[in-house]
Design a protein. Structure first.
Length: 278
């Protein structure tokens, strides 16, 4: 079955970045703050340098992206988030301090997302309509909360390689294979070194080629503290330059994909809750 991409395009390649900086570490260590600052400083490379490097690359390509931004990051680094908006990119929700929704009640999730939405709106002037769950950790309780806040799309699940719908919310699906974290994330004590730049670039080149062949979405997800390093930024620019020039590929923001989606597969909450039967 062929998905109806706009203007006769064969497939879509969407570039997104999760601008979470040190917020995941702060959430994980909220009850046990100690003197260690190694990972904090590693993650602070994202707001200090990495996001600027990525924005420069996107400028060079003329490519619009979606930035999923925790409210805490917007509060701590408003100038950096304002720069994202100034460059013409979309802002979307990513929790307050990168809290996985499975760790929150529905009321706490609504409160934290509403607070984050207010923070982002204060910078951009536009209330965000998209959400990405921290670490792509989801529960069925998230979708009614999103709808209650006027959020029209989510980008956290992997049930298809084309947009679909979950409980009235458009799902713009993701994929671990095109997320930089499994390849580049390395902190002290990890058992394996980061992947090399050529390995990631060539793997993602194959993913884009397959999306074009099969008419699907290739969702690329990066993190400024990881992919914002110079060699990795250069590799991304080399990878994406021919994509932007390819007349058969659509390069939208996540919000543009959601706005375009008018049909396709629908998943109910009852289906997500369906128990396992032996």
């Amino acid at each position: 079955m062929t998905y109806p991409w706009p203007d006769g395009k064969r497939a879509a390649v969407c570039f997104t970045f999760d601008f979470d900086g040190e917020s995941p570490y702060l959430w994980r260590s909220r009850d046990s703050h100690g003197p260690a600052v190694g990972e904090l400083e590693q993650r602070r490379y994202g707001p200090n340098r990495g996001v600027l490097n990525l924005l420069s690359m996107l400028d060079n390509l003329g490519l619009a992206a979606t930035a999923f931004v925790p409210g805490w990051i917007a509060h701590e680094y408003p100038d950096r988030v304002a720069e994202i908006v100034h460059k013409g990119h979309e802002l979307a929700l990513h929790g307050w301090c990168h809290e996985p929704p499975t760790h929150l009640s529905a009321d706490d999730l609504r409160r934290t997302l509403d607070r984050a939405a207010d923070e982002l709106t204060g910078i951009s002037g536009t209330r965000p309509v998209g959400y990405r769950s921290p670490s792509w950790d989801m529960s069925v309780d998230v979708f009614p909360v999103l709808r209650s806040l006027g959020v029209t799309y989510d980008s956290s699940l992997m049930g298809d390689d084309r947009p679909y719908e979950v409980d009235g919310v458009v799902e713009v699906p993701v994929d671990w294979a095109t997320d930089d974290a499994p390849y580049y994330r390395y902190v002290a004590g990890d058992p394996r070194p980061p992947a090399t730049v050529p390995e990631v670039r060539e793997g993602w080149r194959a993913e884009i080629a397959a999306a074009k062949k099969h008419g699907t979405l290739c969702m690329i997800t990066v993190h400024p503290w990881l992919s914002g390093r110079p060699a990795r930024v250069d590799a991304l620019e080399e990878l994406l330059a021919p994509v932007v020039e390819d007349a058969e590929l659509w390069t939208p923001t996540a919000g543009e994909i959601a706005a375009h989606h008018t049909g396709g597969r629908k998943v109910s909450l009852e289906n997500l809750r369906r128990p396992f039967h032996d």
